[in-house]
Design a protein around this ligand. Structure first.
Ligand code: URA
Length: 201
């Protein structure tokens, strides 16, 4: 079974994926209750990496990111904007293991998963990062995450520590499921993302 060093030593995305999914990572407390390590879903060659928070129950059972209700809404928002989640997105999470009762991942858990997320980004060619919700925004841009998410979503920005990327924050699909009045704005934000994808083709 690959250890953390072997996972991080992977030279290509497919090897990284296989090693992380097949490892028995114990770097944080989430290992105790998870069923599977959830590496991703989508296309490793996609122009966009979408970063969610953490696997939920459906993802923990299947090993695929965003395969439950939130994922179906994400797919629908992409499709309505004219992009395809299986082709245009590589979908990952800030932490790769499900937090108990779907609580927000804690600082030490986010920190423990950091090398895996960073290696994952480094091995994929995407140059646009879509941050799904406040946890993902906080992970990359803690200053921006201090205010309301509504003030940050739907437009591109750059971050000095990540000069290779353009970022866009989006509402997390679970937040839209919880508050359907967010959906019209979310649709417009996905159109902004889709325009950038088309411009890069
Ligand atoms: N919510 C997330 O943030 N990630 C998933 O993979 C599923 C639901």
């Amino acid at each position: 079974m690959p250890d953390a060093a072997a996972v991080l030593d992977a030279r290509d995305y497919a090897t990284f994926r296989e090693r992380l999914a097949g490892s028995d990572c114990r770097q944080c407390a989430l290992a105790r209750e998870r069923t599977r390590i959830v590496v991703d879903r989508g296309n490793p060659e996609a122009p966009v990496i979408a970063v969610g928070e953490a696997p939920g129950a459906a993802e923990d059972a299947s090993g695929r990111a965003f395969c439950g209700r939130s994922g179906r809404l994400l797919d629908g928002l992409c499709e309505a904007a004219g992009i395809r989640s299986d082709r245009d997105l590589l979908i990952v999470n800030v932490v790769k293991c499900r937090p108990p009762a779907n609580r927000t991942p804690r600082g030490p858990e986010v920190a423990a998963c950091r090398p895996f997320l960073e290696r994952q980004l480094a091995l994929a060619p995407a140059r646009i990062i879509a941050l799904l919700g406040a946890t993902a925004l906080r992970r990359f841009a803690p200053e921006r995450a201090k205010g309301p998410l509504g003030a940050q979503v739907g437009r591109f920005f750059r971050l000095a520590p990540w000069p290779a990327y353009r970022f866009i924050a989006l509402y997390h699909p679970a937040a839209i499921l919880y508050n359907r009045s967010l959906e019209p704005r979310a649709r417009r934000h996905f159109e902004v993302l889709a325009r950038a994808v088309r411009a890069g083709r």
